[in-house]
Design a protein around this ligand. Structure first.
Ligand SMILES: [Zn+2]
Length: 68
């Protein structure tokens, strides 16, 4: 019924079908190349992280002037 046994994954980088572990040491990628590409993407993301977030904006608690 279910064909989960021969399920195949796809390389997230180049969309090629890849073997599952343990045959494929680069899983979930198809090759070391795509693995490196993904790693590069991660590093780029890190560099893009906002460094100095402009001051912590906190809303002050409402004053009880209204209760006057
Ligand atoms: Zn690939």
């Amino acid at each position: 019924m279910s064909d989960s046994n021969n399920k195949r994954a796809k390389c997230p980088i180049c969309r090629k079908e890849v073997d599952l572990r343990p045959q494929n040491e680069f899983f979930p990628f198809c090759s070391s190349h795509c693995q490196m590409v993904d790693l590069g993407n991660w590093i780029n993301e890190e560099y893009r992280m906002p460094v100095g977030q402009s001051g912590t904006e906190r809303s002050l608690p409402p004053s009880d002037d209204e209760l006057n």
